[in-house]
Write a protein of this length. Structure first.
Length: 453
């Protein structure tokens, strides 16, 4: 092992994870008297709220990605490392990477969450989730391959399976995916094929609870469902997926079961904490909740370790109203800024009051001119909500060039209804859609598309 940090005279803050929490912490510490090292497996920050638009061909990956070194290049006290932390030694205050160790004085862990299949991890290859650029490109590939395969299929039953799209999970991601796929099938692609009518596609959104968008007020959930149905999406609530085998989705609603043939199945039903939660629990004795998130103190630290902070989706912060804060970007942003300020206060022998999340509202988009907004003091839907959603997301994009690219792309798509990023890329392209011994089309689920920049 090589110790990469030696004889530092100033306080060294190591941040693991370049998502919203880690990046906002790094930016807040960028001009204070500490040394900062930000470590991430990727060399870019990903604006995850718009990832579904990459998955459905509206935007390209580079439109919603910002190189971390570029974002932080004016912070001369900040170093960016591309790497993966595999262990932590809280007693010697070290983070351990495969080929080096870094010492820290304060540690911020913001490694987020991944997909949760509730004990059915074998479904991951047939029902991908949406958390990374690779996920988005794989989903995009599957969506557009489905239409291409249906165009070549002569058997009506097999063609129907290609044109069935099942989205599991009626939270914000599931609603956004369902609405975007519906717009593709019923508007964008309607004149592009000769052998199929893309409007015959069925988009099915499944939700286990009694309404979609469960965190929202019931009236907004109802408006969102009405908007989805207007787009042509079939919404089924109180419905659980019990099996996914051989391109058949088995669902249960009460005592009734149903089997749905579908070649494109997308997962948006749950999350579990990154493996770093288990590392922290093993090394510090931190308590984990049922999905592996770390239970934190009111100041976002781990009990017994006032210099180790956990923020963002990896943290279970239940000190505000007795329930964990939602795993959304604004929570991570505010926690990153709070912990940065807390570290500065600790250096002077002081401390801040406990963290408190200021909820500025929630937004979810359903489709063209349709969204729901809950600002607390006012709730609304429709075109005004859609405009609000547009401007809020443009505002929070990290770099100016991303803001400009996205707003120009959205304007063009709005007037033309075209989606310029409808690409099937990589080795797992349509060239690899074959016919098996039964005459069925197949696509290799284990082949991933390369990352595009």
């Amino acid at each position: 092992m090589v110790n990469a940090v030696e004889n530092q005279s100033s306080h060294h803050v190591v941040i693991i994870g370049g998502g919203f929490g880690g990046l906002y912490a790094a930016k807040s510490l960028g001009k204070v008297g500490v040394d900062v090292t930000l470590i991430d497996k990727r060399n870019f920050h990903l604006f995850q709220p718009l990832l579904y638009q990459v998955a459905t061909g509206t935007l390209s990956p580079a439109d919603i990605s910002s190189p971390l070194r570029s974002v932080l290049n004016r912070s001369k006290n900040t170093k960016v490392l591309m790497g993966e932390v595999i262990d932590i030694d809280p007693h010697q205050q070290k983070v351990i990477l495969p080929n080096e160790e870094l010492t820290y004085d304060s540690l911020i862990v913001a490694t987020g969450v991944s997909h949760h299949y509730f004990g059915n991890d074998e479904w991951e290859t047939v029902a991908p989730g949406l958390k990374t650029v690779e996920d988005a490109l794989e989903i995009r590939r599957r969506i557009f391959v489905a239409f291409e395969a249906a165009e070549k299929e002569t058997d009506p039953e097999k063609r129907r399976a290609w044109l069935n799209f099942v989205i599991v999970g009626g939270g914000a991601t599931g609603v956004e995916l369902a609405g975007a796929i519906a717009e593709l099938a019923y508007s964008t692609l309607k004149n592009d094929f000769r052998n199929i009518n893309t409007a015959s596609a069925q988009i099915l959104l499944l939700e286990g609870m009694d309404r979609i968008l469960p965190p929202y007020e019931p009236e907004l959930s109802a408006k969102a469902e009405a908007s989805l149905k207007h787009l042509g999406v079939t919404v089924q609530t109180k419905t659980l997926v019990t099996d996914i085998t051989n391109n058949i989705v088995t669902i249960r609603n009460g005592d009734q079961t149903q089997q749905i043939p579908a070649r494109t199945i997308l997962w948006a039903a749950g999350v579990k904490a990154s493996p770093m939660g288990q590392v922290l629990a093993k090394r510090t004795g931190a308590q984990l909740d049922r999905v592996g998130r770390v239970t934190v103190e009111p100041d976002m630290s781990i009990s017994g370790y006032p210099n180790i902070f956990v923020i963002g989706d990896l943290a279970n912060f239940s000190h505000q109203n007795g329930k964990p804060l939602p795993g959304v970007a604004p929570v991570a942003m505010q926690q990153g800024q709070y912990v940065a300020a807390q570290i500065q206060q600790q250096l002077t022998g002081n401390s801040l009051i406990p963290f408190r999340y200021f909820d500025r509202g929630s937004l979810a988009v359903i489709g063209r001119n349709a969204a729901v907004v809950d600002l607390g003091f006012i709730k609304f839907a429709g075109f005004p909500a859609w405009l609000t959603w547009v401007f809020v997301h443009i505002y929070f994009l990290i770099e100016f060039d991303n803001k400009l690219l996205v707003i120009m792309q959205w304007a063009w798509n709005y007037w033309t209804r075209k989606r310029g990023a409808r690409l099937i890329t990589g080795e797992a392209s349509m060239l690899n859609v074959g016919v098996d011994n039964n005459g069925d089309y197949y696509t290799p689920a284990n082949i991933k598309s390369p990352v595009e920049v």
